[in-house]
Every structure is written in C-alpha cells, then in structure tokens.
Design a protein around this ligand. Structure first.
Ligand code: FDA
Length: 396
C-alpha cells in the first residue's frame, strides 16, 4: 500500500512567540506548516506582556542575560537572530516603539501590533494556524511523527514543541512540553517560578503592608548576584523589577540583601548630620536618605527615636545597616500564578544549540521557554523565543 500523503511537513505545537516565529521561518522555506494551539486565543502572553505594550526585546541582549545549567547553549541562536533582526522586522511593519529604560523596547500603541505582525507573517508564509485544538498524544512513526488532536490526526517530518513554561496557567500554560521531552527520553531540569514577587513571614509582611504602594530605587543581592532597579512594597510582600530579577536566583532558605539607598552611605550621612544638626530628630534626618514613610518604619522597627545628639554611634550604625544592608529571608514566592517565567525545563544538553533539535530524536525540536533557558526581566525572554524559533525554523 502506498504511504499516506502527508498534509504537513512540519507541525508546531504552541502558537506563542517561539512557535509563531518558527512556523513563519519554516513556511518561508516552502515547508507546509501546521501551527496548532489548545487555547482559544493564541499568543496571550504577548498580549499581556509589558502591561499591554509588550517589551519585545532589549537593545543590550547578550548571553549574560540568561540563566541555564548550560550557559553557552543560548549563544549560537542569539548571534544568528539578534535583537536588531527583530527590530528590523518590527520596523518593516511600521510599528512605532520606544526605549523605556535600560534598552527595553516597548510598542508605542499596543502589544496587539506584535501579534498582528506575526499573524500577517504567518499568512504570507502560508502557515496554517489552528487554535482551540487539544493535543491528545504525539508519537514517533517511521521517519516522522504523528500528532493526534481533538480535530483529527496529522503526520509530519518535523515536530516542534513550543508550549512554553508553567507560568500563568489561566492563559493556557501546561506541562505538555516537559511530558513530550520525557516521553522521548530527554531530561527535564527541575522547574520553578522565576521573575516572581517574593513573600515574607507575618512580621515583615505587616511592615510591607503598611508601606504598600511605596517604591524606591534599590540594589538587591543574593549571593554574588545583584540588580539595581525599582523595589516596590505591596500588600503581599516585596515586588518591583529588582525583586523580580533576584527571585530567579533566590533559593529557599537563602537571605537577600537590600540596599534601600544605594547612592548614600547612610552611616556617614547620619554621623555628619549628628555633628552639624545635633538637635535634629533621627527620623527627620533619615527621611533625607529614604522616603519619609520608609524612614519612620525603619526607625520604628529599630525602636529608635529622639535627637541625633542623644543616640550613640552604635545605634546609628545599626540604623544605617537597616538602610544599606537590610538582610531579609523570604518565605517563598507567589508561584506560577504570577511568575513571568519558568526556570528550568528541557535540558539543553539534549538539544543541538545550532538547530534546537533533540540529539537522540531526529525531527523533534524544542523552542522558547519550554527549554532550560530563562532571561532576565527586560525583553530578554521574548528575544530568546524569537532567536530559538528562528534558528529551528531554518532546519525543521
Ligand atoms: P508561550 O507561553 O508564549 O506560548 C506557549 C503556547 O503554547 C501558548 O499559546 C499556549 O496556549 C500553548 N500551549 C501550552 N500548552 C499546550 C498544550 N498542551 N497543547 C497545545 N498548546 C499548548 N517577556 C519579555 O521578554 N518581555 C515582556 O514584557 C514580558 N512580559 C511578561 C508578562 C507576563 C504577565 C508574563 C506571564 C510573561 C512575560 N514575559 C515577558 C515572558 C514571555 O511572555 C515568555 O517568556 C514568552 O511568551 C515565551 O514564549 P513561548 O512561545 O516559549 O511560550
């Protein structure tokens, strides 16, 4: 009997950033591509990213902005499809954008423009896109793969897994990609939420709640890693870019060190002030280093009040430490419900860094967040989705 005629050369599962990019590139090469997603609305994470304006890349993207057990893995893809390549694509569609800070590029109008651009590119490349389609199982068949879906069964030469990580289950995140990796004997590095607010024990939580809404420019460190960006007190704990960044490095049981006024040596300031204005109240002096509400909270926590002249240097030193070296031990994180990314994932040692193909399973590819490559906050995770999707698209 003659073999069944295949309708598609390539099936991409997951129509997020990485799956769309991979499908477009494969389609441009003349491959017949089926891009399939279980969600009703595809690319939801692009839509909600960057507060609806999508921080779609970062001007300063480099391999240093990524965490992975295999630090070199991301280099090849990032150098073959760079932030400038994606910017050129955005410009070719006439999408206006701006740099907010630290090289982070956002749409002027809306994240929907990025989605519309990718859908238009899919249309031009002849990609067949199917949403609202559950994947029941995938299996290897002779020289290809069979994908059994709620809309029927399709065979293909190359199967691309682009189902992302576990963050934000309510927009369609599943563990599907990890299950497929394990099904074909690939290792999966333990996953955990990243770029996520940290939570604290009751006493500290109370202080955070009292300060809720207040933000400062801080330096937050964990071990040898530090980030200097905004820190926000919330009714649930601490958040803001510096906390989200450090959360990707923090492990349970570790302390983090917060410098609430990185440009000021608080002890030197307080000692000078004690000499110059000995009658000044300590909280009034401290309010020149950090916002007033925070100054009051720090003094209250240290049980310090009164005139500077009446306070020994040791007490001022302890107070300064609470500003420049605030050591705190998070209880945990808010978890996948609010995490922007998932750390860990498909072990990149099992994949080719040139093609994203599984070394031991020809024709099976993984792209985007599903693998153990996680970017810092600031547009890096989308750049990884574009770069890994692009390179796989050249080989599928
Ligand atoms: P992504 O998660 O985007 O797509 C996976 C797709 O697979 C989804 O469409 C899903 O429905 C589908 N899928 C999952 N399981 C399936 C299954 N079993 N069957 C079929 N389909 C399935 N990054 C950045 O660089 N700049 C930013 O501004 C932001 N902002 C941001 C905000 C928020 C709230 C979040 C949660 C995340 C961000 N990120 C970000 C991170 C960024 O969104 C993320 O890293 C990329 O979307 C990853 O792209 P992927 O295509 O790999 O997965």
């Amino acid at each position: 009997m003659a073999p069944m005629q295949r309708s598609y050369d390539v099936i991409v599962i997951g129509a997020g950033a990485a799956g769309l990019m991979c499908a477009i590139e494969a389609g441009k090469r003349g491959r017949r591509v089926w891009l399939v997603d279980h969600a009703r609305k595809i690319a939801e994470k692009i839509r909600i990213a960057g507060g609806g304006f999508c921080n779609f890349t970062n001007l300063h993207t480099s391999p240093k902005n990524f965490l992975s057990q295999n630090a070199h893995f991301c280099k090849s893809a990032l150098s073959r499809y760079t932030q400038q390549d994606f910017i050129a694509l955005v410009q070719s569609h006439g999408i206006a954008f701006h740099e907010k800070k630290l090289g982070q590029l956002f749409c002027d109008e809306s994240a929907q423009e990025i989605i519309a651009m990718l859908l238009e590119e899919c249309r031009r490349a002849g990609v067949v896109l199917q949403n609202d389609t559950g994947i029941e199982r995938v299996e290897a068949i002779g020289n290809g793969y069979r994908v059994v879906t709620t809309r029927g069964t399709q065979d293909c030469d190359s199967l691309v897994i682009a189902t992302g990580g576990l963050s934000i289950p309510k927009v369609g995140a599943t563990k599907f990609g990890y299950d497929v990796a394990r099904q074909f004997g690939l290792d999966v590095i333990e996953t955990r939420p990243g770029l996520v607010p940290l939570t604290f024990q009751a006493s500290l939580l109370e202080r955070c709640q009292a300060l809720s809404g207040l933000s400062v420019e801080a330096t937050v460190s964990c071990g040898k890693v530090s980030f200097s960006e905004g820190l926000l007190f919330t009714h649930r704990g601490l958040s803001g870019p510096s906390i989200l960044q450090i959360s990707s490095y923090w492990r349970e049981g570790q302390d983090i060190l917060v410098n609430l006024a990185p440009s000021v040596d608080a002890f030197a300031f307080l000692k000078d002030r004690k000499k110059a204005q000995p009658k000044q109240e300590v909280q009034t002096a401290l309010a020149e280093v950090v916002p007033k509400r925070l100054a009051l909270s720090i003094c209250e926590d240290a049980a310090l009040s009164g005139r500077l002249a009446d306070l020994p240097d040791g007490a001022l030193r302890a107070l300064a430490r609470a500003v420049n070296e605030w050591r705190i031990r998070p209880a945990g994180t808010e978890g996948y419900r609010t995490a922007e990314v998932t750390l860990g994932g498909v072990d990149t040692n099992a994949l080719s860094s040139k093609t994203m193909e599984a070394k031991t399973q020809p024709g099976l590819f993984f792209v985007g967040e599903v693998m153990d490559v996680t970017g810092h906050l600031g547009g890096f995770n989308f750049q990884w989705a574009w770069s890994s999707g692009y390179v796989a698209g050249q080989y599928v």
